[in-house]
Design a protein around this ligand. Structure first.
Ligand SMILES: Cc1cc2nc3c(=O)[nH]c(=O)nc-3n(C[C@H](O)[C@H](O)[C@H](O)COP(=O)(O)O)c2cc1C
Length: 332
């Protein structure tokens, strides 16, 4: 694997945790980094700094204690607001600024942000120039392959990005109109990679070591961005890293290790968010970890009614104790 550079930073490998709002918070970023991700990207932060004093935003803006280099994603549609958001994030400790032009989420798109921007190449150019000029840290961009199937303007946007001084480009292999349906297509990512000389990161549906290798080969990309497959399975990074490096597959983690990782993750979520929010956010993560284990559905129904951090930890321990006794192995 050749060393991947983003500005002054050399990444330890070419595997990146994709930004996911509501998922890639600091506890999850730390865990993924620990389990083999070469870079992790924060959840998007709105460029509207007037909204930053909400609890949700303020937790997203906490960059101290984050694994380095700290990449923070900003989302919005106004060049000057994005520039200001970039400046403030750098002041708060961001070492890389990532601009979101890939997210189809309604909340962002209602304000013509995220992938809705791809329709307006003039505005894309203005935004990229404004943000690059505003900060002295590397700026990266995340896009989709285009606005819709008839308007796959990913190549033009990539060229605009390169000219504007964007140092790396992540491409989700779907158009904005595709949302998350259909299979990610890698041809357009390959064409974008050919069209620019900045590093290109391929994204979309990478969920196994074999798929990772195939996507690298199909796209010629410099790195891979992995999102949903890491939910409840943060060890996917070490599995892919090992496979790409050695050609051999690591055995899946045993039950004992899954239990240890999950309990550590729970403790980190509880500490980061506090009792009320921590309990709520832990529910979805626990559901993802246990999804493939027998009895998970019944367990989840009662787990989701628990209201305290102590009860959550005790229940997870009990779930695993029963399975250890049954001598089950995890099939992750
Ligand atoms: C719950 C969720 C939240 C997401 N939030 C963001 C986000 O904040 N910013 C962004 O650029 N993409 C976001 N995405 C898109 C992912 O970064 C990624 O492009 C997409 O999930 C495809 O990759 P995957 O198939 O590996 O999941 C989100 C996706 C999911 C599932």
């Amino acid at each position: 694997m050749s060393a991947l550079r983003i500005g002054p930073y050399t990444l330890p490998n070419q595997l990146i945790l994709a930004p996911m709002a509501g998922v890639t918070d600091r506890p999850f970023r730390q865990l993924c980094r620990h389990l083999g991700a070469g870079l992790v990207v924060s959840e998007m932060v709105t460029s509207d700094v007037r909204l930053w004093n909400t609890r949700k935003s303020s937790l997203r803006l906490l960059h101290q204690g984050d694994p380095e280099p700290r990449s923070v994603q900003i989302a919005g549609g106004d060049p000057q607001m994005l520039a200001e958001a970039a400046r403030r994030n750098v002041a708060l400790g961001a070492q890389i600024i990532d601009i979101n032009m890939g997210c189809p989420a309604k909340k962002v798109c209602n304000k013509a942000a995220g992938s809705a921007l791809l329709k307006d190449q003039g505005l894309v150019q203005e935004i990229l120039h404004a943000v690059v000029a505003a900060v002295d840290v590397p700026v990266t961009l995340k896009i989709r392959t285009g606005w819709d199937r008839q308007n796959k303007n990913g190549i033009e946007v990539a060229k605009i990005a390169e000219q504007a001084g964007i140092v790396a480009l992540a491409v989700h292999g779907r158009t904005r109109a595709d949302l998350y349906s259909g299979d990610a297509e890698y041809d357009t990512i390959a064409a974008i990679k050919q069209a620019v000389s900045i590093p290109v990161f391929a994204n979309g549906d990478i969920d196994s070591p074999e798929k990772a290798k195939a996507v690298l080969a199909a796209t010629g990309a410099d790195a891979l961005l992995i999102g949903r497959a890491a939910q409840g399975r943060p060890w996917i990074f070490r599995e892919i890293e090992h496979y790409l490096r050695t050609g051999e597959k690591l055995p899946p983690p045993g039950l004992l290790e899954v239990e240890r990782i999950l309990l550590e993750h729970l403790a980190a979520l509880h500490a980061f968010y506090g009792e009320v929010m921590g309990v709520r956010i832990a529910r979805k993560h626990v559901g993802w970890y246990l999804a493939t284990l027998p009895g998970a559905r019944e367990f989840r129904a009662q787990f989701n009614r628990l209201e305290s951090t102590d009860a959550q930890c005790a229940n997870v321990r009990e779930f695993f104790r029963e399975r250890h006794n049954d001598g089950e192995e995890v099939a992750a």
